[in-house]
Write a new protein. Structure first.
Lengths: 115, 109
């Protein structure tokens, strides 16, 4: 158990809908990262928050947005969903803000299926 | 061309065999990570290294910065090692992780 929690575990929805994925980092970790894992693309970095502020942005679509709240939990909002958004969405956390040189602890993921 | 390439894509071994998974990258990096993704989907960070070699139990990771290459070795492999092993690099220019597509390892009893 990494100490990172994600809800929900599974989500089935329809095209055009909007969903919110939630992540609670390990106790004391200030950074939260969101990743998308699809069958054809592998793992891709979406966005990082550090202590409530956006720190880095990757291949995140304009239809997606995220935020980190004062209690450090984070939410990833996906809107106008398309079939291609079906994927595993992982959240990870680390104690500092330097993504590449810190160990990241991954949550169990949310499996999103868009029908 | 992908910035992080792993080989092989798939690997089947017999229990007890010595296993090597390779990772090559084309960008300047601060660190390289090896991750393990279990069949159920969960991801665990195995190693983070920026030079030399690290060992944890039966797992050994090495990196050659000049050759832009890293290897993950598993000694005395066991069926419970069956998983996808993912290499990721921290690129100087991007400041976040770039992932390889993973190596799917299956260890048969």
């Amino acid at each position: 158990d990494s100490g990172v929690t994600q809800t929900p575990k599974h989500l089935i929805t329809a095209t055009g809908q909007r969903v919110t994925l939630r992540c609670s980092p390990r106790s004391g970790d200030l950074s939260v990262y969101w990743y998308q894992q699809s069958l054809d693309q592998g793992l891709q970095f979406l966005i990082q928050y550090y202590n409530g502020e956006e720190r880095a942005k990757g291949n995140i679509l304009e239809r997606f947005s995220a935020q980190q709240f004062p209690d450090l939990h984070s939410e990833l909002n996906l809107s106008s969903l398309e079939l291609g958004d079906s994927a595993l969405y992982f959240c990870a956390s680390s104690d500092g803000g330097l993504a590449g040189v810190e160990t990241q602890y991954f949550g169990p993921g949310t499996r999103l299926l868009v029908l | 061309k992908n910035e992080v390439e792993q080989s092989p894509q798939n690997l089947t071994a017999q229990e007890g065999e010595f296993i090597t998974i390779n990772c090559s990258y084309s960008v300047g990096i601060s660190a390289l990570h090896w991750l393990q993704q279990h069949p159920g989907g969960g991801i665990v960070s195995l190693f983070m290294l920026s030079s030399g070699k690290k060992k944890h139990g039966r797992l050994i990771a090495t990196i050659n910065i000049q050759e832009k290459h890293s290897s993950l070795h598993i000694t005395a492999s066991h069926p419970r090692d069956s998983a996808v092993y993912i290499c990721a690099v921290d690129s100087w220019s991007q400041g976040n992780l770039i992932f390889g597509k993973g190596t799917k390892l299956s260890v048969k009893p």
